[in-house]
Design a protein around this ligand. Structure first.
Ligand code: T6T
Length: 314
């Protein structure tokens, strides 16, 4: 993660203390564990660092190499051992991260959830994310419009058990049902691997040459699915809506391989998360749950200034 700062080593802190003043926060460390190294979490890290800097707080970011609970858990345990003043984490599995995060809270470390959440998020003092079910519903409406409200559609779910993937899929499914002439072919999982998304698309096209549309539930699913369409010469004919807005996806939108992107606000999630950390540590008013908006990017609005701001940093 180099777009807006360095990743420091975790520093030992005095541990969580209630009712500090904001001046007491200077020099304290916020631990940040994203899901994986990607432009979405880089943008979030930028938002966290900028907000932490306002209080003289440090940020220690440790990045899992894969979006996998088994990879993220040891990183979490190592971070907990350094006793940061607070920990912000995007749990990669809604169930598997509950035991290690329960231990973190028992060790006295306040935990805030960013982006993804847990099956039971009550251990966290705050949870901040896109409303992913609404985003999935927006994707269904956008895709339905693109295909003239009829034909076969496929979902590429990036990771079963990750709250964001599950919620986007469910939001899409609930909404796509309302279009009587659309046939839903179901969801296939690409395990956050673009190459797997590309082969899912090729295989689906081989079995269903009349495929009309695809919803890809995150950045890697969308990048791979667009590649799969291009490999089969189906780009532009089969319509596609992707979640996220990294520079690779913007290029695919410009080329016409993808028709709409549902962009999240990762920098905003990061900034709001730090504000909640500060409120928690200083006895301020803490919000248990905060939702952030999405923006739909198309070729038509791509050049608008506010839309350019919505493109992720990397
Ligand atoms: O879509 C984002 C994030 O919201 C999701 O939880 C995991 O994948 C991304 O980071 C994009 O790669």
């Amino acid at each position: 993660l180099s777009a807006c700062g360095t990743t420091g080593e975790p520093a030992a802190d005095a541990g969580p203390a209630k009712s500090l003043t904001t001046a007491d926060l200077a020099g304290k460390t916020i631990g940040f564990i994203p899901g994986v190294n990607d432009p979405f979490y880089i943008s979030m890290q930028c938002g966290i660092e900028a907000a932490a800097d306002e209080y003289g707080m440090k940020v220690s970011t440790q990045i899992p190499q894969q979006f996998e609970a088994a990879v993220q858990t040891p990183i979490l345990n190592a971070m907990v051992a350094t006793a940061p003043a607070a920990l912000l984490i995007a749990p990669t599995d809604a169930q598997a991260l509950v035991p290690p995060l329960t231990k973190a809270v028992s060790a006295g470390i306040p935990v805030g959830l960013v982006d993804t959440t847990l099956a039971d998020p009550s251990l966290a003092f705050t949870s901040i994310s896109t409303d992913n079910a609404i985003g999935g519903g927006q994707a269904a409406d956008a895709l339905a419009d693109l295909i003239g409200k009829k034909g076969k559609v496929l979902v590429i779910a990036f990771k079963a058990g990750a709250s964001t993937s599950d919620a986007r899929q469910k939001g899409f499914e609930d909404q796509i049902k309302t279009y009587k002439d659309i046939t839903y072919l179901g969801a296939q999982i690409n395990d956050n691997d673009p190459a797997k998304a590309a082969s899912i698309v090729s295989a689906t096209l081989a079995a269903n040459p009349d495929l009309a549309g695809i919803f890809a539930t995150n950045l890697f699913a969308a990048q791979g699915a667009a590649t799969g369409l291009r490999n089969s010469g189906a780009e532009g004919t089969v319509k596609m809506v992707g979640f996220d807005a990294g520079s690779g996806q913007i290029e695919q939108l410009e080329r016409g391989d993808v028709q709409a992107l549902i962009a999240q606000k990762p920098g905003e999630i990061g900034k709001l998360a730090v504000e909640q950390v500060v409120a928690h540590l200083t006895g301020g008013e803490v919000k248990k749950s905060i939702g952030t908006e999405t923006v739909i990017i198309t070729q038509e609005n791509l050049k608008d200034a506010d839309i350019q701001d919505a493109i992720y940093k990397e």
